[in-house]
Design a protein around this ligand. Structure first.
Ligand code: HSE
Length: 402
């Protein structure tokens, strides 16, 4: 029997227990042995819970139990999760996690620790919820030189922008719904300011480069400044606003990485990724684009990815499944040389100054007319920033265009 411990009995932790229970025959058949939850570690008690007898408060009990071979760390945060993961790996117990914050910060180090102790640190659920993107990059696409990843990796912000655009919902109402559905982080600022997507992009970019891409080096903008007017202008321009992540390899081996809301042309595959769904386009030098799509957040999809990692660990006892990510820091390039078109929302009557600043741009009109929209020609991001600084208060908002 493969006995596991679940660290954290929150949304994902209770999902892991449920997935193992409901799909037990399937999971055990694929793991080659019966999979069972022996312990659930949490600070709280859960009187009346059907798994009340498995709740423990002392991590050492799990660590010292030779029957437990795999831990699911679904506590979130860095604090105790980091210490528990290190101690488990040092004891030769594999760890499967959904904790993107910890993976982004210490992934490379924890992977090395797993190799040294002939066990595994697996983190499929940390990026894209239920979408098997990590396994795809680590195994199915190993013949590729991955050149870029472009995607929607935060379900909460995609949900908010979809509800605002399609149902006319207010930002705060849509955020509240995302929280009620269990999509949002404990502190939703991590979603709406871009931290969550940034951590996921750091993980994917690290796998793309094989080196460590720190989340702190990624240019990040959240969705809090997006107004209903921006969404309306996007509609007029036959585009949609999406919370994107972009990671791109440059010729010199450095990477450009960015998290920001973009206007995306309606015909682009990412434009159709709505609600809580995530989508990632991986561009390989032989394959071209491959798109991965699925539920990016939520209890059962995320838990399913954690349990798939448990099955992988069970299939490789005493062996580490290779993951290409070492501790050397990757060179992260400044995005100012990147070329693209931009959308500008400006004060009504600014057409002349905009046309002067951005010759060959085009104006966008919407009913109401309190402001105006403008699409610039393709230009360097650094030049665009400089022009906007010159335009000062006339600029009410801007968005990159994919
Ligand atoms: N808050 C995250 C999201 C959860 O909305 O995508 C999944 O990582």
């Amino acid at each position: 029997m493969i006995k596991i411990a679940v660290l954290g009995y929150g949304v994902v932790g209770s999902g892991v227990v449920e997935v193992i229970e409901r799909n037990n025959a399937e999971i055990s058949r694929k793991a080659g042995d019966e999979v069972a939850v022996k312990y659930i570690l949490d600070l709280r008690d859960f009187p009346g819970d059907p798994h009340e007898d498995k709740i423990v408060h002392d991590f050492d009990m799990i660590l010292k139990d030779p029957e437990v071979s795999v831990l699911c760390e679904v506590m979130g945060g860095v604090g105790p999760a980091y210490q528990y993961t290190k101690r488990a790996l040092e004891a030769g117990k594999s760890v499967c996690t959904s904790n993107k914050e910890l993976v982004a910060l210490h992934g490379a180090e924890l992977l090395e620790l797993a190799v040294a102790n002939r066990c595994n640190y697996m983190f499929e659920a940390s990026v894209g919820g239920g979408i098997p993107i990590i396994r795809a990059v680590n195994s199915a696409l190993t013949a590729e030189r991955i050149q870029a990843v472009t995607g929607i990796l935060n379900g909460t912000t995609n949900y908010i922008l979809t509800k605002m655009a399609k149902e006319g919902m207010d930002y705060s109402q849509a955020l509240k719904q995302a929280q009620e559905l269990g999509y949002a982080e404990r502190n939703p600022e991590a979603d709406v300011e871009g931290w969550d997507a940034c951590r996921k992009l750091a993980i994917l970019s690290s796998l793309m480069t094989g080196k460590n891409v720190s989340a702190g080096k990624i240019r990040m903008e959240g969705i809090t400044k997006i107004s209903k007017a921006d969404l309306e202008y996007a509609r007029v321009a036959k585009m949609v606003v999406k919370p994107l992540v972009l990671g791109k390899m440059l010729e010199d081996g450095s990477v450009v990485a960015m998290v920001a809301p973009f206007m995306v042309p309606e015909g682009h595959p990412l434009a159709r990724v709505d609600d809580v769904f995530n989508g990632v386009l991986v561009t390989g030098n032989m394959l071209g684009d491959a798109m991965f799509y699925g539920r990016g957040a939520g209890k059962l999809p995320t838990a399913s990815a954690v349990v798939a990692d448990v099955v992988d660990c069970a299939k490789h006892p005493g062996k580490t499944v290779w993951c290409f990510w070492n501790q050397e820091e990757a060179s992260v390039a400044d995005s100012s040389q990147t070329r693209r078109a931009f959308f500008v929302r400006a004060a009504a009557g600014s057409q002349d100054v905009l046309e002067k600043a951005f010759p060959e741009g085009r104006a966008l009109l919407r009913s109401g007319g309190e402001d105006m929209g403008f699409i610039t020609p393709v230009m360097k991001e650094g030049e665009f920033d400089a022009k906007c600084a010159e335009l000062g208060d006339a600029v009410l908002g801007c968005l990159r265009i994919l």
